[in-house]
Design a protein around this ligand. Structure first.
Ligand SMILES: *Cc1c(COP(=O)(O)O)cnc(C)c1O
Length: 423
């Protein structure tokens, strides 16, 4: 038998983890629940679907997440479903809500949206016979600015709304960390007759949401970022109850009325609301890994107290970074020719979540990789995006003030080293 060698890096060591926006840390509870499911599978086999030693019959396992999902996104339980993955769910709901006509076929989104979203939009418009260059309007920041002004978004919707079928932004932008005013954009879009959907990958578990009251048409999210469900975790979606009863175009047996699902009827009878969109029986391991973390969110009191803590942590990170001798105001970033960094995330706390995006200077990708490496050596884990950005996101659930002090101190040291090495 070969001995399995555990690499040094796999040992638990002290580190400052500020990448919860990319992959959240594991809740101990998730590990417990996953272990319990393995045990149940090993000892009960198929019976686990209906007879479960821990009271989590697999046949209704996803339902355990729905009340907590509903609280986190501000929805009725019947408006959310735990299913699939983000991009697949996005296509599913685009197939449902993106119904282009000759006069109204455009999609309005932010520029440099997460690539998966860009690919989804382009393939959708193409499938309907339109060209992406004519059909996709990408809102950009003004010259010399890093984030998009609300007034510019609302203006575009007012001017071009009659040709727009769908407005779909991310709730919190993955690169800049900008938190868009979801309610006001939704309202403006609907006033022009557009459908308004949201990609909440970086918003769910990060900022408070009221999707039902904001009258959002639909939304999709993944759960492995702030919601800590684990790599590749199961996704979620929201469909406003005003859409209840519309035909389901991609029906599967898991969306069928639970009372008769196992009678294997010929005719599909949808569960009312978002859960009628479920297609397949979900991965139980993925669901309970998520559930363990969702229970932590629930026990912490939901998004209100977490947002309060997040505002303080993020504000403290920002204030500490601005004390750094290397900090440069964002309006000077483009001209700055020495080693330094700027923060491109909005400084208005209501226009951001937990993430601050640091852009390393001079621009052009020559500094950031060295900084990321230097931080890594010191156990500070941020999340880099080429060419110039490192994102630092203190998670309200598990980061603290000491870690922020440590991260900022280490950043200064690393920048000094980089500067030295280039003189
Ligand atoms: C993380 C993220 C994704 C990832 O998509 P998956 O289908 O979960 O792989 C998509 N869109 C946005 C905006 C994201 O932030």
């Amino acid at each position: 038998m070969k001995a399995v060698k555990v690499k040094d890096e796999l040992q638990d060591g002290p580190c400052t983890y500020l990448a919860g926006n990319s992959l959240g840390l594991m809740a101990k509870r998730s590990q417990t629940l996953v272990n319990e499911e393995m045990l149940t599978w090993a000892t009960r086999g198929v019976e686990g679907h209906f007879d479960h030693p821990f009271g989590r019959e697999w046949v209704t396992i996803a339902d355990k997440t729905h009340p907590i999902f509903a609280d986190l996104v501000g929805a009725k339980e019947s408006e959310v479903a735990c299913m699939g993955t983000l991009t697949a769910n996005l296509h599913l709901l685009l197939n449902t809500f993106y119904k282009p006509t000759k006069d109204r076929f455009k999609i309005l989104c932010e520029i440099k949206a997460f690539p998966s979203d860009q690919y989804a939009f382009a393939s959708q418009v193409t499938a309907h016979g339109y060209s992406p260059s004519e059909s996709i309007i990408e809102m950009a920041p003004r010259e010399g600015e890093f984030t998009i002004r609300e007034e510019d978004i609302l203006d575009t919707i007012r001017k071009e709304g009659q040709s727009i079928a769908l407005v779909l932004f991310s709730g919190v932008q993955y690169y800049t960390g900008q938190f868009f005013p979801i309610e006001r954009i939704t309202q403006a879009a609907q006033a022009q007759g557009c459908v308004c959907g949201w990609d909440l990958a970086h918003a769910v578990g990060n900022v408070p949401l009221s999707l039902h009251d904001w009258n959002v048409d639909f939304a999709v999210w993944c759960t492995y970022k702030y919601l800590n469900s684990g790599p590749g975790g199961i996704g979620g979606l929201f469909i406003h109850s005003k859409w209840d009863g519309q035909p389901i175009r991609h029906a599967g047996w898991w969306g069928h009325d639970q009372a008769t699902r196992f009678a294997m009827p010929h005719q599909f009878k949808a569960i009312p609301g978002a859960q009628g969109f479920q297609q397949s029986n979900p991965s139980v391991l993925a669901v309970v890994s998520l559930l363990g973390s969702l229970e932590v969110f629930r026990d912490a009191g939901g998004m209100q107290p977490l947002r309060e803590r997040s505002l303080k942590l993020t504000g403290y990170l920002e204030a500490s970074l601005k004390q750094s001798p290397y900090w440069v105001p964002p309006e000077q970033a483009a001209q700055h020719s020495e080693i330094g960094f700027s923060i491109i995330t909005p400084s208005d706390p209501s226009a951001r979540g937990s993430q601050l995006s640091l852009v390393f200077l001079p621009l052009g990708g020559s500094v950031m990789p060295a900084v990321q490496e230097g931080l890594g050596h010191r156990g500070v884990i941020g999340d880099s995006r080429k060419p110039d950005v490192i994102r630092l996101a203190p998670s309200a659930l598990y980061n603290n003030w000491d870690e922020i002090d440590l991260a900022v101190r280490n950043l200064d040291e690393v920048l000094s080293e980089v500067k030295e090495s280039r003189i």
